[in-house]
Design a protein around this ligand. Structure first.
Ligand SMILES: Nc1ncnc2c1ncn2[C@@H]1O[C@H](COP(=O)(O)OP(=O)(O)OP(=O)(O)O)[C@@H](O)[C@H]1O
Ligand SMILES: [Mg+2]
Length: 257
């Protein structure tokens, strides 16, 4: 027989399933116990802070729920999509025809890209949230911060004297590590870097490109580096984004990262 605590717990899970049907499978599988609150409803996704389920060791899980395509302001796809291999022939035809199925393929593509990049880069030792699982339009990952005190995007942070240099080098180490693993973030700025207790986590990878196949790779790398340099210049870090980009790109081409 189940004890009262277990019964109450299971009842609470049932209620959560009803309140958040899009998360039901993650509740069933023990990833999520309860949705606590919305961290942010962004351009392309809503991020929820959830109490972790029994299979997760940390207290919380972040659930990033992508909007359906019709409801979202979509980025300029082509720049990021060029050079991507689009699934099988049927999926490719649907994508090219921009049919409903094609849009689903494409939408699956963005979230899958984020999941794929997070897995690869987290395993490589990058400062990104640990990815837990992905299905449909939902991606679950490590939650950065405390439940009632989420990590702050870097653009809102006043850095302490001396801290800026170290954090600048952390971001540059990440950019280089991504490139060494054939990825460029491609939307990197102080908006997509979270700050928590003096440390950084870089987020938001759906548009990450593969520099081996994307013809816009160098321009995207340059923009990422410029954004980061411009933010840190405000905190007294002098840098030359063109030189940094040239150096990184040259080493990438020589296979010397
Ligand atoms: N793992 C996480 N832990 C804590 N907070 C997070 C996490 N991931 C995202 N967030 C919060 O949710 C916000 C939106 O996340 P993200 O940038 O991935 O989505 P987006 O749809 O691109 O949003 P935006 O349009 O604001 O860039 C972040 O700025 C951050 O405040
Ligand atoms: Mg973002």
């Amino acid at each position: 027989m189940q004890d009262l605590d277990t019964e109450l717990y299971l009842e609470a899970l049932d209620q959560e399933r009803e309140r958040h049907p899009e998360l039901a499978s993650f509740i069933d599988d023990g990833w999520i116990a309860e949705v606590l609150h919305v961290v942010k409803s962004g351009k392309e996704a809503t991020v929820l802070c959830c109490k972790a389920g029994s299979r997760v060791e940390s207290r919380c899980v972040a659930a990033k729920i992508y909007r359906s395509r019709n409801n979202r302001v979509f980025r300029n796809d082509a720049v990021y999509q060029e050079g991507r291999v689009v699934l099988d022939r049927r999926a490719r035809r649907a994508y090219e025809k921009k049919s409903r199925a094609g849009r689903q393929v494409q939408e699956g593509g963005w979230i899958y890209h984020e999941w794929d990049a997070l897995k690869l880069l987290h395993a490589a030792g990058a400062d990104v949230p640990a990815p837990f699982t992905q299905a449909g339009n939902v991606l679950l990952m490590e939650y950065v911060g405390e439940p009632d005190d989420p990590a702050t995007p870097l653009y809102k942070v006043s850095l302490q004297a001396g801290e800026a240099h170290e954090l600048f080098h952390t971001v540059m180490r990440n950019i280089k590590l991504y490139l060494a693993h054939d990825r460029i973030h491609s939307d990197l700025s102080a908006y997509n870097i979270l700050y928590w207790e003096g440390r950084l986590k870089i987020i938001d990878f759906p548009q990450a490109v593969d520099p081996r196949s994307n013809p816009n790779a160098l321009a995207l790398l340059q923009r990422d580096v410029e954004n980061v340099c411009a933010y840190f210049a405000k905190w007294g870090v002098q840098s030359d984004p063109h030189r940094i980009t040239r150096g990184l790109w040259g080493r990438f081409l020589r296979g010397a990262l």
